[in-house]
Ligand binder design. Structure first.
Ligand code: SF4
Length: 289
């Protein structure tokens, strides 16, 4: 991977801009908590760290998929399904115990039932285990297993036409002359958002691997309730349009900075609370009265 000199300037990402579009106040709490004049940093960070049942299902499945792929790199032996699901259950129990859930914090549930979470985790994993894709990964794709990139560490920093951005892939691997990128989803399809995300991953891979986007195949794999894939095609002109969009969106976010180089926000009052139905699912509603 190409390396970058550290800078404090804000970097675009799908999730950052999506939050910025949805609610400026939530965006402020997520990215500028240390500048907040009202609430202690510790309190904001504790709320930020909270999870939710759908989010945690996604986290657990991603981590288990990582282990599954790393195992594929080591052995072609058939998976012992009982051991696999026992491992998944143990992992689910550990995660559920360790995390604070917003459903509990905000009184919607008394506690989170591990069985409820595990049922969804198990279902998603079962769909992947039974998919043609996993068969294919164990066949043609495994030949270049030493070049697999599985949930790489860091934040996926990159440059899109010179602009700082973050695009972190779940799984990237070469087959013959093509690069494949797979993104696991346990939630509902969101065509616009997921396409943007995959165009971002293609830009990331094209930049770091110096590949033509036509030789990159991004695939969104929906694991729940059934296994379904969406294959995305990205052309050079898509990447150019994407770069123009990133420039505009970065400039929109920078308008809320009093110091762009140091990424210091303007006054909190300018980050208006959106007050929409999304407040029900927001970690910070305790701060919004
Ligand atoms: S509770 Fe609503 S208004 Fe407040 S930060 Fe969250 S989404 Fe924004």
């Amino acid at each position: 991977m190409k390396k970058f000199v550290f800078s404090q300037k804000l970097g675009w990402s799908v999730s950052r801009y999506s939050l910025f579009e949805t609610c400026k106040r939530q965006y402020y709490y997520n990215y500028y908590a240390k500048y907040d004049p009202e609430y202690p940093l510790k309190k904001i960070l504790a709320l930020k760290k909270m999870t939710s049942i759908p989010l945690e299902v996604g986290n657990i499945v991603h981590d288990i998929n990582k282990t599954l792929l790393e195992r594929l790199q080591i052995t072609a032996k058939a998976i012992d399904k009982k051991r696999f699901y026992d491992y998944a259950r143990e992992k689910t129990e550990n995660y559920v115990q360790a995390r604070t859930f917003q459903e509990v914090y905000y009184g919607k549930l008394k506690s989170v039932d591990t069985n409820t979470v595990f049922e969804k985790v198990r279902h998603a994993l079962e769909n992947l285990l039974n998919s043609e894709r996993l068969n294919w990964l164990s066949g043609p794709a495994v030949r270049k297993k030493d070049e697999w990139l599985i949930e790489p560490p860091g934040y996926g920093e990159t440059r899109i036409n010179g602009m700082k951005a973050y695009c972190k892939v779940d799984f990237l691997f070469p087959v013959n002359d093509r690069l494949f990128i797979m993104d696991w989803k346990t939630g509902r399809p969101d065509d616009r958002k997921h396409r943007r995300q995959m165009v971002g991953y293609t830009a990331w891979a094209a930049y770091h691997y110096e590949k033509d986007p036509a030789a990159i195949s991004p695939i969104v794999a929906y694991l729940h309730p059934d296994y379904k894939e969406t294959r995305i095609t990205v052309s050079s002109s898509d990447l150019e349009a994407f770069a123009r969009q990133i420039r505009k969106e970065t400039a929109d976010m920078q308008k809320f900075c009093q110091d762009i180089q140091k990424n210091i926000p303007k006054d909190k009052k300018l980050f208006t609370p959106a007050k929409s139905k999304l407040c029900h699912y927001c970690n910070f509603k305790a701060l919004c009265h």
